[in-house]
Design a protein around this ligand. Structure first.
Ligand code: KIV
Ligand code: ZN
Length: 389
């Protein structure tokens, strides 16, 4: 994989993910998750917002002291105190980053910051310059870029790069963009900012309309080479782009996406489970890649197909993302083939075809009354069927 084909995975589970109401983490929990992210081989770990609290400063510092095989990043608003705190927090890391941001949309500048656009540019330039004096890796984000004037974005980004920003991150802060529009914004900015090739282009998409992953992938086609994402799609409100979906989309659709990551995909499910256990945010069963049903088949037609050839109904291998294997769930839609196959696996043998038929009929009757049939149910059904014959 050449550098141009390399997609940088910037994980912000410990920062934006932690901003999910109710998901805050202790220092020890952050360090545990950071170690898991290192095993997963993410490129950048955004460990927190050091100016937010003494606890978060210490968490970011502890992650910076622990992690050796990923860049450790701290978030800072575009002011001196935040930048200095972030710089001090990431200082112990072998590779650190300061990520500074300021809002650029009309509604944010006027109502929240109460600053004129030129004042916003000056603050951004001063912040990036100060951060560059503390750290040679600096990311700049024009917050709410998805609702900002592209002309203004070009001006502020050009100045941020000139001041030393090495990564330019375009956030769709409120998840307002749709894929075609967001791709157009990235294309436009990369073409119009004169020094655009001096920075890595990144995107940070929120999921308010359920298109955070689609927007991120659309941006990759326009040259974005860093995606900011979180495990299980955790994050403010409806969350961020889900890391597992981004990674498996680029891995599975190499024909359509011009890059790849260095992620160790077999660590995806263990990391997802760790994050769910620590935050208490359980993953919905039908969640892509990491939901318990993501590789489960219940209907007879699908089970029969998969038993004949997995690719009939599977585009990825469960083992490749860290599940033990795919699953045949026995329920009322299941067919004789899956029933017999599971019985074989459990060592249940039928002497005659009539016994098998009787057991299958009893299984179907039971499945009409229960959501899922477990191995103990099968044992009972088989014993009763054999006894009845
Ligand atoms: O959503 C957002 O805009 C952010 C920035 C701080 C990058 O989280
Ligand atoms: Zn965000």
């Amino acid at each position: 994989m050449s550098e141009a084909d390399r997609l940088i995975i910037f994980d912000t589970t410990l920062r934006d993910g932690e901003q999910s109401p109710g998901a805050s983490m202790t220092r020890e929990e952050k360090v545990r998750i950071a170690r898991a992210l290192q095993r997963l081989r993410v490129d950048v770990i955004e460990a927190g917002f050091p100016a937010a609290s003494q606890g978060d400063f210490e968490s970011v510092r502890a992650v910076a002291e622990t992690i050796t095989d990923a860049r450790v990043c701290g978030l800072a608003r575009a002011n001196e105190q935040d930048i200095d705190r972030a710089g001090a927090a990431v200082a112990p890391a072998p590779a650190g980053r300061i990520h500074t941001f300021i809002a650029t949309s009309p509604v944010h500048m006027e109502k929240k910051l109460q600053l004129q656009p030129d004042e916003v540019i000056e603050r951004a330039v001063t912040a990036v310059g100060r951060a560059r004096n503390l750290c040679d890796d600096v990311e700049f984000s024009p917050e709410d870029a998805g609702r900002s004037d592209p002309e203004f974005l070009c001006r502020i980004i050009e100045r941020a790069i000139a001041a030393g920003a090495t990564t330019i991150n375009i956030p769709d802060t409120v998840g307002y963009n749709l894929p075609r529009q967001f791709a157009g914004l990235i294309r436009d900015l990369r073409e119009r900012v004169p020094n655009s090739d001096r920075a890595v282009w990144s995107v940070h998409c929120h999921n308010d309309l359920g298109v955070a992953v689609a927007n991120s992938l659309a941006a990759v086609r326009e040259g974005a080479r860093q995606i900011e994402c979180t495990i299980n799609g955790l994050g403010e409100r409806a969350g961020n782009a889900a890391l597992e979906e981004i990674v498996m989309a680029v891995r599975t659709r190499q024909d359509d996406l011009p890059c790849d990551t260095r992620i160790e995909t077999r660590e995806i499910v263990p990391t997802s489970k760790l994050v769910a256990n620590i935050t208490g945010f359980q993953v919905q069963p039908n969640k892509a890649i990491v939901g318990i049903n993501a590789f489960a088949h219940e209907s007879g037609i699908h089970q029969d197909g998969v038993l004949k050839h997995r690719e009939t109904y599977e585009i990825m291998r469960a083992e490749d993302v860290g599940w033990g294997t795919n699953r045949m769930v026995l329920g009322k839609h299941s067919g004789r083939n899956a029933f017999r196959s599971r019985c074989d696996e459990l060592g249940i043998r039928f002497e005659t075809a009539a016994q098998l038929n009787e057991a299958f009929q009893r299984f179907k009757d039971l499945a009409d009354k229960k959501h899922e049939i477990f191995d103990e149910d099968l044992q009972a059904v088989a014993t009763e069927a054999v006894a009845a014959m």
